[in-house]
Design a protein around this ligand. Sequence first.
Ligand SMILES: Nc1ncnc2c1ncn2[C@@H]1O[C@H](COP(=O)(O)OP(=O)(O)O)[C@@H](O)[C@H]1O
Ligand SMILES: [Mg+2]
Length: 601
Amino acid sequence: MSEEKFQTVIGHVKSVNGSRISVKLSDEFRSSMPIVDGVVYRIGQIGAFVRIPLGYAHLYGIITQAGAEAIPDKIKESFELNLSSISSRWLTIVLVGERIGNKFERGVIQYPAPDDEVHLVTLNDLKIIYSEIKKESSIIVGHISASESLPAHVDLDKLVARHSAIVGSTGSGKSNAVSIILEAIASNQKYKSSRIILIDPHGEYNETLKKYCKVFKVNSDKKKGEYELHIPFWALPFNELFNVFPGVLKESALDHIRLEIQKRKIEGIKNLKKKPNELSVTSDSPIPFSIKKLWYDLDDFEKRVFNKIKNADSQYELQLVSALEKGDAQKLIPSKHNSPGIGGGNPNLNKDAFGILSYLNGMRNKLLDERYKFLFNTENYDPDLKNKTTLDLNDLLIDWLSHDKPITILDLSGIPSEIMVSISGTLIKIIYDALFWGQDLDVGGRKQPLLIALEEAHNYLKSGENSIASRTVQAISKEGRKYGVGLLLISQRPSELDETVLSQLGTLISLRLTNSKDRGHVGSAIQDDLNDLVNLLPGLRTGEGLIMGEAVKIPSRVKFDKIAFAPKSSDPLVSERWILEKPEDKLYDELLLKWRNRKIH
Ligand SMILES: Nc1ncnc2c1ncn2[C@@H]1O[C@H](COP(=O)(O)OP(=O)(O)O)[C@@H](O)[C@H]1O
Ligand SMILES: [Mg+2]
């Protein structure tokens, strides 16, 4: 018996059920923290590995259960009357890989037999397991929890192309992990044309990833090098655009407006540098049109009046009465018309009007609302009354997708929450559509893949919701791979993520998860026999996570590195604010003026 064997054997195989093995710890092996070669090992930790020698080969398993619950049912039954007499020192392990010589392979082709010895895994074993990583295509995100000296590699190809998610309770270290992963990609000179878009609802990454990113934000701070976020309204599909305005329109009015927009987009073709085929233009096409002119015309149509006049054949016909005062579409000043006559006398109301004046009023309010300027007041992307813009969508795409930094942060913190999901969904759709239609070009996703990282992903993916966000993210999860678009979802509520999307994820990184419903969801997204691993999730330290799936050789418990500039939460600290002097009352004057002007800045 070699000395190593003496020191590392911890128990024996008792039953084999596929790759799920029950192990009974040896009675003579009393210490749960043996020391081998000066290193202390802890036995029986969920998530830790064991080794089962099998001739020339060694099988490796991961511990998924420890203690009384790992006792096989058959044995429990046979001791039914006297449960306390069974030792509770049992483990359930799931085989994950096998080593022959110094070569480790994922998956097993041989199985152990009852009474085979089970050994603890030493640092040396771990080194062999983790040395098989394809280093050229992997990034380092931290170290393997069991040993500071073992870097944690994640396969970049799998992580990006097969989609991934980072989940964990608030404060578990998600934002830090995201920053570490994105920094690992962005700081690598080798990946000089890497492209990452991070949708950041709270603006927490601007500082953290400063060196590597270009930030677009509503009310940007130019001094900080931020750029103004413009999402030209005309790039929105019809339904999303009309979602922005309050109230509902009846079908006939909606159809009318849809046709009006289509007509205007077709007219707008002549302003474009490269002209699309008229027949392919719909109300959803991303073509500039003046929404101010549309509003003005719709409003005018509702208000116009007619005189009923007898013609030469003694027939009544309607004659349009010209406006009392023309308005100004560019300034959103409506035209004025005569009031209708009393008791059916001239002039008469427009009988074709849709009765949408109050809707149009709501629309005008939004067009003027400073909080919506990222849509309706987009400088060079704003169409004039002839539907012409200075810049087009290709300029916007270059802005977002092709600059000298690898990461684009779309900071949505300035966007009103009621339209946040619709707007962020539209953003993702604009980007995905662009890469989809450009799939054969060198700037398409196939030639230059794109990673879309979504913070607070549960907001986009409320299960059962048919929003543009969830439809687009679902589409990317299913077929983004074909077009070179990968997803990195980040969420503290995995139970709210759509199950079909969860099931498409190649890699799942779970940090500490305290909510059992969330753990259940994570469990259902991972390989069946590893379900029990979710039991270790509540006990993870901050910044520690379990990485499972295609981007790692074997499920690995990893401690992420800490990013140099920690992501900041942008909410003001109450205790810091309440100790200051009370501000002057005259500021309420100013407040009221801003309110009435609808201007924050
Ligand atoms: N790997 C880590 N090592 C050390 N501290 C960490 C690590 N990850 C996160 N933290 C700290 O924990 C706190 C919460 O992290 P954060 O990433 O904001 O969590 P989450 O996004 O899940 O709410 C922060 O103060 C952060 O600095
Ligand atoms: Mg966070």
